[in-house]
Design a protein around this ligand. Structure first.
Ligand code: PNS
Length: 165
């Protein structure tokens, strides 16, 4: 029997967007299992705490048995090795993503040549979504329905209301 292929989809996920969800769903179709690995302490002032990010991702992927949610610290390739995974999945939205992603993939390849980075394209309607722009639109009162899962939209609204009061 062929070995299971386990993929890691790493990121900061502050906050999870429908673009991430689309890539994770594609990864779940392609690999036996996929772990959404949330980087601990990536930003000094995150919008969502680590616990909130984990809780949101677990809620969104509850119906998907092939998707797990975990956190990691330190070098990504060390985490991938500890989990005995073979693949890192990254999403590519546009040419502007390419340079940084290419650098990261080659650095990770140099550190652990046996780990493969696989790039996946999201559906066209998600190619312009970024966590940063979603935050800005919400902060300025715009609607992000269809750009983020509904649980994220609710939490963003709660945070905005919380700040006003
Ligand atoms: O959501 P992001 O910010 O695009 O995710 C970036 C992430 C978490 C994949 C990257 O910063 C990372 O892998 N950090 C862990 C530390 C590490 O391994 N650095 C060397 C990467 S070449």
């Amino acid at each position: 029997m062929d070995a299971e292929i386990l993929a890691i989809y790493p990121g900061t996920f502050d906050q999870l967007t429908n673009g991430h969800v689309d890539i994770i769903s594609r990864g779940a179709r392609m690999f036996d299992r996929i772990i959404v690995a949330i980087l601990v302490n990536a930003e000094k002032a995150p919008m969502f705490t680590m616990d909130e990010r984990v809780e949101i991702a677990r809620e969104v992927f509850k119906p998907h048995p092939k998707v797990e949610v975990d956190t990691f610290n330190g070098l990504l390739v060390d985490y991938v090795e500890r989990k005995q995974a073979q693949v890192i999945v990254r999403g590519l939205r546009a040419v502007s993503d390419f340079e940084f992603e290419f650098q990261m993939a080659l650095m990770n390849q140099r550190l652990k040549p046996q780990i493969e980075t696989v790039f996946m394209m999201p559906a066209e309607q998600y190619t312009y979504i970024s966590s940063r722009l979603v935050k800005e639109v919400v902060a300025l009162g715009g609607s992000v329905t269809t750009l983020v899962p509904s649980i994220v939209e609710d939490r963003l609204r709660d945070k905005k209301l919380g700040r006003k009061s």
